[in-house]
Design a protein. Sequence first.
Length: 430
Amino acid sequence: MNILVIGTGYVGTTTALVFAEMGWKVTGLDTDQQKLNQLQNGILYFHEPGLKELLIKHNSSGQLQFTSNKKEAIQKSDVIFICVGTPSRPDGSADLSYVKQVAEDVAYHMNGYKLVVNKSTVPVGTQEKVTEWISESNRHAHPYDVASNPEFLREGKALEDSLHPDRIIIGTKSDRAAKLLQQLYSSMTCEIIETTPRTAELIKYASNAFLATKISYMNELSRLSDRLDVDIREVAKGMGLDLRIGSRFLQAGIGYGGSCFPKDVSALQQTAEENGMKLQILEQVVNVNKSQYLYMLDKAKKKLGDFAGKKAAVLGLAFKPDTDDIREAPSLRLIQDLLGQQATVHLYDPIAKLPASFTHDHLTVASMAEDVFKEADAVFICTEWTMFQELDWKSIHPQMKQPNLFDGRNMLDAKTMKSFGYYYEGIGYK
Ligand code: UDX
């Protein structure tokens, strides 16, 4: 079976590499020649542990190739995965124009049966739309199926999640498509759920929105824990041992970010509105998330009085560790607010970078973590990079003007930090 992956972005590149690793012949198609050149030369243009090694391995094994030639790539493939972006429109709905373009390209070039599979996160009903779009441009009436096979991988853990998923969801309307996808995933040991395309599409949104709900719930409880003088981490541990709750995604912090949760929650809300209802719980999930970084800023304001003329050391820019992705990262809003209130900000992240357009006279980006602390009035931890745990906090303390430590990810040990002389506050933990 020849597999084609259209869109060599984050999900597409990972999908292509994982299928190559599973032993299939894979082609990655994109219109961005610069991206293709890099991938062809074994250069992974984003940070994701383990993927570069696979890229180099399969570039040379011949299992994997990259091209911009749509006609050739589509014609030689049996299964075509759509992995293009579905950005949010201003109203929160998903923009499907890239998906539509792919459907039209496939229809235009197809030379026989093709199974087209949607891996991009798309609103419920998109499988039907893609079927229609292909049908409208299918000049020679070639047979085809469109299936939905959502992707659940996490950034930073993409390889592990793709090679050992918790489940695989296959949404199809034909036995032929279901059989092909079963065959494709036959080496996987997890449960494969076969369902309708609409159900598969909703499972993806419902899963991400539920995880976001877990986080916002814990974040709201963290505020109560502070008032009750209770450690939210212990609450999470005690709750998580109940198998009905589960121990993961109960970590309080300054809120979720990334390319998925904010976008998917808002797309699900939009879907509900289009169908005449409001998802009330999700409305509050979003509200809690938006204000959670402010909760940490308020703690700092209470301690410092005012940010004007103060120096803030910000550790961590990425929306989570092990990625260079800063999309919707709470750190960005925090930095903007600090600058807006006339603070000076010294920022460090081991990998993530600010966009070139994000500049400010009072903002400095350090190339070493150790460089941000001198004369600082407060440290804000926004991302739980392991290296922040390994910093020599004892010797950092005397370098600061005021040793205030606001740990937005509850990653440091409060007792140890206090023993070094810090004023330490986490989120629902102190
Ligand atoms: C998410 C989903 O987990 C994945 O299944 C989907 O395919 C894409 O979206 P990702 O965005 O890569 O993956 O990151 P994830 O690990 O889920 O974290 C998302 C955000 O939630 C991060 O900002 C993280 O810091 C935050 N988070 C996560 C918490 O604040 N607390 C937690 O307990 C877990």
